[in-house]
Design a protein around this ligand. Structure first.
Ligand code: SF4
Length: 412
């Protein structure tokens, strides 16, 4: 197996994530403080501005996948009526709750997941998140509020933005009641500015992979993205990505390659296979193929946060621009740009059984994009958390055969 080169940033990140979980846990026990659960691309900025500690169940779902505990828990959710065909973040998270277990116990000494005062969703990514939060709303007897977003969006128009803004504003009375404090637009602006800085720095980190050889891969980024998801809108996230960016620059200056003898540059499309992240990183490394860019890690780059003006409009546009919510034509355009920017030689599409929303293999997109750009592709079938859907041997055979025939040279 190739040598892994852990980042200094990972140590700092461990401490940050521990602080995050202890912070939310402490808030859930303090009668003066409030906890909001939020979907990963939900209005975290609005919630922070109202003084909530914010907890993200999808992050917990990814932990269950990465620790390979998901398989133990998914059947418990299935038995409670949640199909094995729906989001395996949902089924592993709900199953773990029903089992009364969480990796937060072992990792951080928490008794359980922090209890929410309110649950806030945005369906920009899928309907599953709403159903997921509805389960907890019934369980905990706390309000469920959210935004129902358009999907399959071509160009994001002023009408789309206005519709979303109206929905965000309509959340305020319920959120103020749950928070026990009034909304303050200046505080909202401050939090949004911190999210904008986080997003800009995270993008700059990801864009370092344009360098040959790349100093980081998709697999590194899946680890380093934690603060962009759960701590955006805080000074800690900004400081973390400033340091990470400096470390990447050091690596580039010292000629450190994430993949020794980098020969091919790969686009990873779709969800990670959390329980096999390290194995797949090692496997591609052996083949001297570097996964330099991905749809997934880019999902927490929100250029529109920086647009200035009304903060509601900036946030609304940022969360409407999300790749997963866009039409196939728009996705094709975005991917074609990234293939050229990162000089990609080939695309690995991950068709995730339980996430059709973030599997872009089912309506001819790979074929059209190949016709347009000439970049070859392979499709592997698996899942984000449910390893019963992932045949490692078959996936590795397909990837290896693909890599052997891909010429190096990059997209035009
Ligand atoms: S986008 Fe996919 S992985 Fe994420 S919550 Fe929805 S179904 Fe689950």
């Amino acid at each position: 197996m190739p040598e892994f080169k852990p980042f200094r940033a990972q140590k700092r990140m461990k401490a940050l994530m521990a602080g995050h979980f202890h912070g939310v846990d402490a808030a859930s026990r303090d009668p003066q403080r409030r906890v909001a659960w939020c979907t990963s691309v939900g209005p975290a900025e609005l919630l922070r501005s109202l003084g909530f500690e914010v907890y993200f169940p999808e992050n917990h779902g990814a932990m269950l996948g990465a620790t390979r505990k998901a398989q133990e828990y998914i059947p418990k959710a299935n038995a409670a009526g949640y199909s094995p065909d729906i989001c395996s973040y949902l089924t592993s998270d709900v199953g773990a709750y029903l089992a009364g277990e969480t990796p937060l116990q072992q990792a951080y000494g928490l008794e359980g997941v922090p209890r929410p005062d309110v649950l806030v969703y945005n369906t920009n990514q899928c309907r599953d998140v709403k159903d997921w939060f509805a389960f907890y709303s019934r369980e905990f007897g706390v309000p469920l509020v959210g935004v129902n977003s358009p999907v399959n969006v071509g160009e994001v128009t002023a009408e789309h933005v206005a519709g979303a803004v109206a929905q965000y504003r309509a959340l305020l009375p319920a959120l103020e009641a749950a928070a026990g404090q009034r909304f303050d637009i200046d505080r909202f602006r401050e939090v949004l500015a911190l999210s904008a800085d986080t997003s800009r720095l995270w993008k700059a980190c990801l864009w370092k992979a344009r360098h040959r050889p790349t100093p980081l891969t998709f697999f590194d980024a899946c680890i380093l993205m934690g603060p962009a998801v759960v701590l955006r809108g805080t000074p800690d996230a900004v400081a973390f990505y400033e340091e990470t960016l400096a470390e990447l620059d050091e690596r580039i200056a010292a000629g450190v390659a994430a993949v020794e003898g980098e020969r091919l540059r790969i686009y990873w499309e779709g969800m990670p296979v959390w329980g096999k992240l390290r194995d797949l990183a090692g496997f591609l490394g052996e083949l001297h193929a570097a996964a330099v860019v991905s749809t997934y890690c880019n999902s927490w780059v929100f250029d529109a946060f920086d647009q200035g003006g009304d903060p509601f409009e900036a946030m609304a546009r940022a969360y409407l621009d999300l790749f997963i919510a866009r039409s196939d034509d728009a996705k094709e355009e975005i991917m074609a740009g990234l293939l050229a920017d990162f000089a990609v030689d080939g695309i690995v599409y991950h068709d995730a059984k339980t996430c059709p929303n973030n599997s872009n293999t089912r309506y001819g997109l790979p074929q059209r994009l190949k016709e347009r750009t000439g970049v070859p592709y392979v499709i592997v079938y698996g899942d984000l958390n449910d390893l019963r859907c992932f045949s490692e041997e078959q996936a590795k055979t397909s990837i290896e055969a693909f890599i052997e025939q891909v010429p190096a040279g990059g997209a035009a």
